[in-house]
Design a protein around this ligand. Structure first.
Ligand SMILES: NC(=O)c1ccc[n+]([C@@H]2O[C@H](COP(=O)([O-])OP(=O)(O)OC[C@H]3O[C@@H](n4cnc5c(N)ncnc54)[C@H](O)[C@@H]3O)[C@@H](O)[C@H]2O)c1
Length: 360
């Protein structure tokens, strides 16, 4: 959601969900519960990151229960978050506690079964972490099941809600860099796992679906197999915007850089979203000139903003920031880039005909 301009109290009111929803977490491991323990001493990024504390902090939702097949994880969850409606079967959680919004933070291999089961049980909104799943057929089935039950499906590529990127999109909409022409990501990480964040952001910024891709994988043996892998690629979006993934990037861990390049300037995020720059064009000389990036008025955890966003999507009847279709496209691009490599680095049109293709 674009940051509304105006007075502080107006911003607070405009972003607050109107209702109060019952929230639950399925999968009480790192992403569901404990991942913030790993990030002590990373002050540039507003926490919490795990879904349970983000749900506690978010407005318009209360964390009321959780499910995990592992009883020890549930015990740890209870001790951390003070929740006692805990179940080893997510179906029982839904039947007993009737949550409105369920965060799915299991591993990707279980994702489709859990999401489809939740949709069929009538959950109103599902916030499922990335990567969406393993195969394109699973992604199709998840989207179809949610559509059939009227369930909002949001993919938790939470950078799509991070207010620095929200302000970057607003700056582009306001003409700060002219028409967006291309997006570049420098990152050595794997296509399905980490790059699902990049590809969901690309889709949001492009504002159009990807039509075709060309790719080169970093390792021949991995390119012939099904596991997640790193690689570079070119993505053609339907409206003429182009995306570039450069996997030959800095491996120091701070090398995740994104560039959004327009006709008259660019926005850059460096060091894994730590610094944002806005470059425009000097009105008289035409030279590049750095301008003040429109910093968020109230920098917050993207996971908190995302969970509030899911509640607002429930009220609006539509998820626009990261719907299931964006998660499926991220997987489809990753698989398409690998298909391109397998076929001699040529153009591969999307959607892919073979829905059994798998990554991870
Ligand atoms: N968005 C991010 O920034 C981010 C960061 C880290 C991990 N993740 C994603 O989160 C997902 C989980 O990763 P993790 O590291 O938290 O894994 P994890 O193994 O720590 O947690 C997964 C949990 O799911 C539980 N589980 C498995 N099947 C279940 C079922 N049917 N019902 C209920 N619970 C079930 C497991 O017992 C486990 O506790 C992965 O897809 C990963 O890519 C996302």
């Amino acid at each position: 959601m674009a940051q509304p301009l105006g007075k502080a109290y107006e911003q607070v009111a405009a972003t607050q969900p109107r209702g109060t929803y019952r929230g639950a977490v399925v999968g009480c491991g790192r992403m569901g519960s404990t991942i913030d323990d790993e990030h002590i001493g990373m002050p540039h990024y507003p926490w919490p990151w795990a879904h349970a504390p983000a749900m506690i902090e978010a407005r318009g939702i209360e964390l009321i229960g959780a499910a995990d097949v592992d009883r020890a994880k549930l015990d740890d969850f209870a001790q951390r978050w003070g929740v006692d409606a805990l179940y080893e079967d997510y179906r029982e959680l839904v039947a007993q506690e009737q949550p409105d919004v369920v965060a799915v933070t299991t591993r990707p291999d279980e994702r489709a079964e859990v999401v489809i089961g939740l949709a069929e049980a009538g959950v109103r909104a599902i916030f499922a972490t990335k990567p969406m799943c393993r195969t394109l057929a699973e992604a199709d089935a998840m989207i179809a099941a949610c559509k059939a039950s009227g369930t909002i499906l949001s993919i938790a590529c939470h950078l799509n809600w991070y207010n620095w990127y929200t302000n970057a999109r607003q700056a582009i909409a306001d003409g700060a860099i002219g028409r967006l022409r291309s997006m570049v990501c420098h990152s050595p990480h794997t296509l399905s796992n980490l790059q699902s964040h990049t590809l969901a952001l690309f889709r949001l910024f492009a504002g159009a679906p990807a039509e075709w891709v060309m790719g080169e994988m970093d390792d021949e043996e991995q390119a012939a197999a099904e596991r997640d892998l790193s690689g570079s690629g070119y993505i053609a979006y339907a409206n003429g915007v182009r995306g570039f993934l450069n996997s030959r990037a800095d491996r120091s861990g701070h090398g995740w850089t994104l560039e959004f390049i327009g006709e008259r300037g660019m926005i850059v995020s460096r060091n894994a979203h730590a610094q944002f720059e806005l470059w425009g064009t000097h009105p008289e000389t035409g030279e590049p000139i750095q301008r003040q990036f429109p910093n968020p008025w109230h920098p917050r955890s993207s996971m908190v903003d995302a969970i509030e966003g899911v509640c607002r999507a429930l009220e609006e009847g539509e998820e626009r920031i990261c719907p299931g279709e964006f998660g499926r496209e991220a997987l489809e691009i990753a698989i398409g880039l690998r298909e391109s490599h397998r076929q001699g680095n040529g153009r591969v049109d999307l959607p892919l005909a073979d829905r059994a293709l798998r990554m991870g």
